[in-house]
Design a binder for this molecule. Structure first.
Ligand code: CO8
Length: 255
């Protein structure tokens, strides 16, 4: 399929999705969000995804302010719902997703990154939720996901102030997994970690992702129940028989 605001590239089972709107600093327009939704709905095939922005000052400079400026409340709600749907599609994809952030990840850009499993960043990356500067609030999951990553006190501070943080501070806060000197190093490291993950049972990795998503917000007892059900289900898989047999036979498993 042809996309006007996305560039796709698939290598070794890793699909790189690049938001490509350089004149608008890769801001998320209705078209971009619709294209992301169409791409991600029912996506199967790739064993992992990298989400990034076209090379330049920004990863994604947020939701499209030009479009939002004249929206009615109903249009704003529909736009927010579309953005939330995209973040949820990313979050629940059965394969690992890494955000590769090189430049500004503001507002909806930070929210897109937070929907990914890990965030890798270059030293040039800048994160923030500056919606209140525009009379808006985070609408693509920022109020829901930021405190889960950085704790409620820091999330409140960042959301109320709109303050931007650089990559090193974002890593210290727990938002970013790793910081790299260059874009190339960041992509190489992302591919390396995905290659490591690819050596593991894909069913088990995907189950871990869905359990971690499912227990988010549950109490300990309920969470442990969800984990136990998934643990039980692992015993029905060929991967579990192969993985344990390979360990005992001192050979590499074939998943
Ligand atoms: N939307 C639309 N256009 C944008 C955006 C954006 N978010 N960001 C930049 N642009 C455009 C500029 O308008 C400018 O266009 P033009 O050339 O036509 O004037 C062009 O990109 C270049 O912008 P700058 O000259 O400002 O570029 P710089 O490299 O100097 O600065 C920044 C880059 C720091 C990223 C700066 O552009 C900036 O601060 N952008 C806005 C960042 C922001 O506030 N983002 C949050 C937006 S709100 C949001 O994301 C809410 C999400 C939830 C929505 C829920 C819906 C209900």
């Amino acid at each position: 399929m042809d996309y006007q605001t996305l560039a796709l590239d698939e290598h070794d089972g890793i699909l790189t999705v690049t938001v490509h709107r350089p004149p608008a600093r890769n801001a998320l327009s209705q078209l971009t969000l619709t294209e992301l939704r169409d791409l991600l709905t029912g996506l199967s095939g790739p064993r992992a995804l990298l989400l990034t922005g076209s090379e330049g000052p920004a990863f994604i400079a947020g939701a499209d302010i030009r479009e939002m400026a004249t929206m009615t409340p109903e249009e704003g709600e529909a736009f927010g719902a579309l953005g939330q749907e995209v973040t949820r599609l990313i979050e629940t994809l059965p394969v690992p997703v890494i955000a590769c952030v090189d430049g500004y990840a503001l507002g909806g850009g930070c929210e897109m990154a937070m929907a990914c499993d890990f965030i890798y960043a270059t030293r040039k990356a800048v994160f923030g939720q500056p919606e209140v500067l525009l009379g808006l609030i985070p609408g693509f999951g920022g109020c829901v996901r930021l405190f889960r990553r950085v704790g409620v006190a820091k999330a409140r501070e960042l959301i109320y102030s709109g303050r931007r943080v650089d990559a090193v501070e974002a890593q210290r806060l727990g938002l970013v997994n790793e910081v790299f000197d260059s874009r190339d190093e960041m992509f190489a490291a992302a591919r390396l970690v995905l290659a490591d993950i690819a050596a593991n049972s894909p069913v088990a990795v995907s189950t871990c992702k869905s359990v971690i998503n499912a227990v988010d917000g549950l109490g300990v007892e309920e969470g442990l129940r969800v984990e136990l059900d998934a643990f039980r289900a692992a015993f029905t898989t060929d991967d579990m028989r192969e993985g344990t047999a390979a360990f005992l036979a001192k050979r590499t498993p074939e998943f």
